[in-house]
Design a protein around this ligand. Structure first.
Ligand code: AGP
Length: 605
């Protein structure tokens, strides 16, 4: 979602701010802007659309100044126009903001009643007015910010500068991440360490409710009670190089291709082949006491949770509940003793999942997190961090994070099964998991076939996906992937559900993607597939040699996967599902890495 960069520099900042924004592009945005202070005046450039529009404005009309703040905006209140783009200037104050001020309406109404004028539709402008009002009544900038923060409800990360104090950069966070970067004679503010990586590796992560006063020589962090506090400076390890696409046309394609390597990397930290054991990091609770599991996540990560439910229930015989995070805390969930709460998240910052994690913790539930960004809010708040090692995922459509999350979920299910005394053949589980990278490489070798069939799918208005067992959530994932990057309407169904309604959608214009590895459930899925074929469905069958030999005859296309154990099938079958969505989107000419309306890290509810 939105991105913030701020620099109090010893050299001009505009180009460096733009570079920082480029590094935040992956989060998704629809307008951008930069404001500097020069000769005691604000100077600002903003532009709707992609950063190249802002870069164009900067090249036509450069921005001088040694101090400035910059922002990529993902519209929440008001269209992505130049007027709504950040930074917003009100009086002596300039501000950038990530998140949502939930009580902006009454605040705005009260400010208008006082005679203050608004020029944008944003919730952010309310904050600018509130701080400006404090300053107009004589407060110095730190006090003005501290007075305003308690009035704001919602989630926010803020960057603030005051025209009369060009050597001061203020920031604040609540529910949205914000980092401080330490330089030599310069200091910085950024949404994440990646944005600041070319400037510094020395980073402090602000905690919930913190606010910060930055000068070129000093950084003072205050907690929500305005106590001066210390936040450790760590080495971010983030690369200063812009992550590039290598030989690939899109980040998504690169990330699909990285999977054999990153899944192997992830598995390496959990598998102990010499001991025929699947291990977890040390934990200070006893897995054998777990009597139920609650998994909470959003989008693709929630489908990992659904697959995890099959695995945990089958292997460990522990009941599992899976919830989308946006529903979880508002339905007042019943959280019984001896529950293990699991959150799954690539970014570790998804607002709903983070809120669900906090809800579980406040109810006394022990939590584990399958998380890709080790410095994220969730990673810092879970009782047990189970890292994925997918590396930065830039494409908005999650691919390698998904399969790495599955690998960790398999490790967790195995450990739970052992702790419950139900695990038989751990050596076999280790062997199966070790085969995943090779099987994924084999799956990738079908890329050209999938590319060749993509134009047939690209003309469809609706596409349905079918799967059974752990391949049912994969059908949901396939449909999500297709709709988010190709904008084709797609739905995933449990195969057996077809005739309870969705089969009414079937005609000869509707491609039906059937995900069906051979095995005990295969015949049942094939029956459901044939029922749809009898009504004209254009079937693409994704199966192994045996399955295709048995049921591929009337399909418009088949994609042959290697024959794999049912435990690892979802990881392997994810590859053709991702490639199909990718090639259909390319055939349609959409913006694959930054599809319309979507953000990578959804830090608002
Ligand atoms: C997947 O392709 C999505 N873009 C989206 O569903 C994503 O998985 C979801 O927003 C959760 O994000 P997280 O893993 O960062 O929490």
């Amino acid at each position: 979602m939105c991105g913030i960069v701020g620099i109090l520099g010893s050299e001009p900042v505009a180009e460096r701010l733009l570079d920082g924004l480029k590094r935040l592009e992956y989060r998704g945005y629809d307008s951008a802007g930069i404001c500097t202070i020069h000769d005691d005046q604000f100077d600002r450039r903003r532009a709707p659309g992609k950063l190249k529009n802002l870069a164009q404005r900067l090249s036509e009309n450069p921005l001088p100044g040694l101090a400035g703040i910059a922002h990529t905006r993902w519209a929440t209140h008001g269209a992505p126009t130049e007027d709504n783009a950040h930074p917003h200037i009100v009086g002596e104050v300039v501000i950038v903001h990530n998140g949502i001020i939930e009580n902006f309406k009454p605040l705005r109404d009260a400010l208008i009643a006082e005679g203050r004028e608004f020029y944008s539709q944003t919730d952010t402008e309310v904050v600018a007015h509130l701080i400006a009002r404090e300053i107009e009544s004589g407060a110095e900038p730190r006090a003005a910010l501290a007075a305003v923060l308690p009035k704001l409800h919602g989630a926010f990360a803020l960057g603030v500068m005051v025209r009369t104090h060009p050597d001061l950069l203020l920031g604040a966070r609540l529910g949205a991440p914000l980092t401080v970067g330490y330089g030599e004679g310069e200091n910085y503010l950024g949404s994440d360490a990646l944005a600041l990586a070319p400037l510094t590796q020395r980073i402090a992560y602000l905690e919930e409710g913190d606010w910060v006063a930055i000068t070129r020589e000093s950084v003072e962090v205050y907690d929500r009670e305005n106590n001066l506090v210390e936040r450790p400076i760590v080495n971010s390890g983030a690369s200063g190089q812009l992550i590039d696409k290598g030989n690939h046309r899109h980040f998504m394609q690169k990330e699909i291709y990285e999977q054999p390597v990153v899944v192997a990397q992830t598995l390496r930290s959990y598998l102990r082949p010499l001991e025929s054991r699947v291990a977890l990091p040390d934990m200070d609770f006893d897995l054998s006491s777990v009597e139920r599991v609650v998994i909470v996540a959003c989008g693709t990560a929630s489908y990992v949770g659904m697959i995890g439910k099959y695995w945990v229930e089958q292997l460990a015989r522990v009941p599992v509940e899976v919830d989308v995070a946006s529903e979880f805390r508002y339905r007042d969930p019943v959280l019984l003793p001896n529950t293990l709460g699991i959150v799954i998240s690539q970014s570790g910052e998804t607002a709903d999942t983070l809120a669900a994690l906090r809800h579980m913790r406040s109810a006394g539930v022990v939590t584990a997190g399958i998380i890709n960004v080790p410095t994220s809010s969730m990673a810092r708040e879970v009782d047990l961090l189970l890292p994925t090692h997918a590396g930065p995922e830039i494409g908005v459509a999650s691919t390698k994070a998904f399969t790495c999350q599955l690998a960790v979920m398999a490790a967790l299910a195995t450990n739970l099964a052992r702790a419950k005394g139900r695990l038989e053949g751990e050596a076999d589980v280790v062997r199966q998991l070790q085969q995943v990278p090779e099987a994924m490489s084999q799956a990738l070798s079908h890329d050209a076939e999938i590319e060749a069939m993509a134009p047939k799918i690209a003309v469809a208005r609706d596409v349905l996906y079918l799967g059974r067992g752990p391949e049912y959530p994969l059908a949901l994932e396939g449909a999500l992937k297709l709709k988010e990057i190709s904008y084709i309407h797609a739905e995933g169904y449990a195969s057996g559900e077809m005739k309870h309604g969705p089969i009414a959608l079937i005609d000869d214009q509707v491609p039906l993607i059937v995900i069906a590895p051979s095995g005990p459930l295969f015949d049942k899925t094939v029956s459901n597939m044939q029922e749809a074929q009898a009504r004209g469905a254009q079937v693409v069958l994704i199966s192994d040699a045996e399955g295709i030999a048995q049921a591929g005859e009337n399909a418009i296309a088949t994609i042959e996967m290697p024959t794999v154990h049912s435990l690892i099938a979802p990881l392997v079958y994810a590859v053709p599902v991702q490639l199909l969505a990718y090639h259909v989107a390319v055939a349609k000419g959409t913006d694959v890495d930054q599809p319309r309306n979507l953000a990578k890290s959804v830090t608002v509810e």
